[in-house]
Design a protein around this ligand. Sequence first.
Ligand code: GLC
Ligand code: GLC
Length: 812
Amino acid sequence: MKFGHFDDQHREYVITNPKTPWPWINYLGNEDFFSLISNTAGGYTFYKDAKFRRLTRYRYNNVPMDSGGKYFYIKDENTVWSPGWKPCKTELDSYECRHGMNYTSIKGEKNGVTATALYFVPLKTWAEVQKLSLTNNSKEVKKLKIFSFVEWCLWNAAADMENFQRNFSTGEVEIEDSVIYHKTEYKERRDHFAYYSVNVPVQGFDTDRESFFGLYNGFDEPQVVAEGKSRNTEAHGWSPIASHYLEVELQPGESKDFVFVLGYVENKEEEKWESKNIINKTKAKETIAKFNTVAKVDAALAELREYWDNLLSVYTIDSGDDKLDRMVNIWNQYQCMITFCFSRSASYFESGIGRGMGFRDSNQDLIGFVHQIPERARERIIDIASTQFQDGGCYHQYQPLTKKGNNDIGGGFNDDPMWLILGTISYIKETGDFGILTEMVPFDNDMSVARTLFEHLTVSFDHVVNNLGPHGLPLIGRADWNDCLNLNCFSNDPNESFQTTENKTEGTKAESLMIAGLFVIYGRDYVTLCTKLGLTEEAVRAQSHIDAMMDAVKKHGWDGEWFIRAYDYYGNKIGSNENEEGKIFIESNGWCTMAGIGKEEGLCEKALEAVKERLDCEHGIVLNNPAFTKYYIEYGEISSYPAGYKENAGIFCHNNPWIMIGETVVGNGNRAWEYYRKICPSYLEDISELHKTEPYVYAQMISGKDAFKPGEAKNSWLTGTASWNFYAITQFILGIQPDYDGLLVDPCIPNDWKGFKVSRKFRGAEYHIEIQNPNGVSKGVKEIIVDGKSQASNLIPLFEDGEDHEVKVIMG
Ligand code: GLC
Ligand code: GLC
């Protein structure tokens, strides 16, 4: 069953039934100021950091689900309704929510009145703009009462949910004209306040929550709305809110628009006050003035659309398959931008409080984003590298506001360092900017021990070299990419975190085959980089470690039919036929086949066969098999999950592309494509009821074949699945790869594809590439014709001339 449809022309997903199987959300803003918004106007707003600068409150996992948002209440005689159906839940005569690129528009119709609420964050603006359009389609005059609503969060989203003995006494507001200012804690250490305005005079307002709702009412029945008149309350402590009250008269056929601005201001110490206890509102007023007419708002939206036209014009495909085209051209790239902005911090599955930016996550996010805005990728790489330690280890996470490493989680995840090489080389291949390598970058944010970015890559590489176990394989530390394979944790205490506990550290010998594969791949990239920089000796030194690692993998990492996953603390195999449960894992088989380890001897093909046979199912490739059915203290969190969920044999979509790419390494385009389609959301739209999460973005996990309910997705939006799938489809299946000296073309497609077209803007030129497959092959390029001239290699050279170039690629 579907709950809407794609509108590719407008780059929107149109939801036509508000009762989606889970809130289907969108993100507003793409730089400093952000909102999450669901299809029923739930969600919240923050500036840069969802933990430390939360503007509005949200109630997680509430009853009903998705409580708290940017609501409009419309009172028309005795009927009270909201354009997004919720929170009133008055049945609407029609409903439509359009989620677009950083904007959402929600339209409801009731008793002859249409209300459309458009929400977006204009470019370079610290505010969310809302345009409420009301139309009277009836034959009578309508006298409507409109109430807006947001609830302020007391800035620190964690303290806001915990420290009520303080919170209930600190809230402060100011009201001036049609603007409500939230200034809690401004008089002491904060240099910021928030505001909510409307561009017309109001008939009233409320800022005290209890007065607005009544103490025992929910969001669905504010007392003030029921009474049809605001109380003009000024909040002192308790829970401050902002609600405007407007009386609107509409003649038959008449429309009126109102603009609301929900914004954030920072003032310098000496500019904080206008007069005693009265905040300096200059900046707020400036922003409000920028959007005080419909024309200005529409122009800002047009600018935002243009911005996205531009971003999405870098890589476009025309394959004839709408489902593929809309993912590649629109939604997958959009999701990559969102994961770039938020890492794993703020979604409807991540509270915005628990995690900041992940070291490994943010590096991986770059591979799906770097072509969109390379300058921002560059800054991100430097930020990430600045949280590395001198020995190459890294803080696992950092806070976006401070850009400092997060001490609560610390380091010790031994895959982390390698991802910095991936992030950096992806950036250089896209831009040709080798200059980034000579930037001075601190360790642990301490500039006195800064080294060049290139030296950061060297210590990353050496962190693996310096941390090898008894089999010459990389030590896993607290965990590698799989956060739940905690081989030194040995926890029997439910109050301990699996991620940060290491009860057995003395002589810990647990080793990871996944890091081995990672090391071979990004180690090779490091060698290439050294060679390009003329560092021949370093290249030779690094290559010798890679050769040794390949030998170690073949010797100690091959189980006969597939690559084992790890050695545990005691030196026992994990992911081996010897094991009773967890005989085979996806990660090591993905990484070792992507690395082509033992390809000549047929190991890669064998491993991929085993994956097909044991891990693949109707909904995708599960992480391990058989699933763990009991808790293994020596494995950690992985065995804590019920079978078929999350890291315990769930379809962890992030790692499915590793197998897709592995399949392209052995030339199996049919299978790579089959795996791609299985987890790709646009192909799952028809089973939305089962899949549950948005059909326009990837989810981190789909429950696997061992689960109670296979096929059900969770954790949509913020997942490395976005960038890895974009990377797999665009660079390995469609096969257009940015490289240091040009665009490499090497598709690996189903053999019954006749061809496809890709336009790629790259290093100051635009390539129109037409791929033809006359002989029905999956892989292999027979001829490339660039601007009418046939060339010997499949590397399209750089032109950097601002021109368009026609490229014809004949496979065979
Ligand atoms: C989550 C984490 C990521 C980790 C993955 C597997 O998605 O954000 O860092 O690699 O889970 O455990
Ligand atoms: C849990 C999750 C994993 C996530 C980690 C983050 O272990 O299963 O996916 O990465 O928490 O701390």
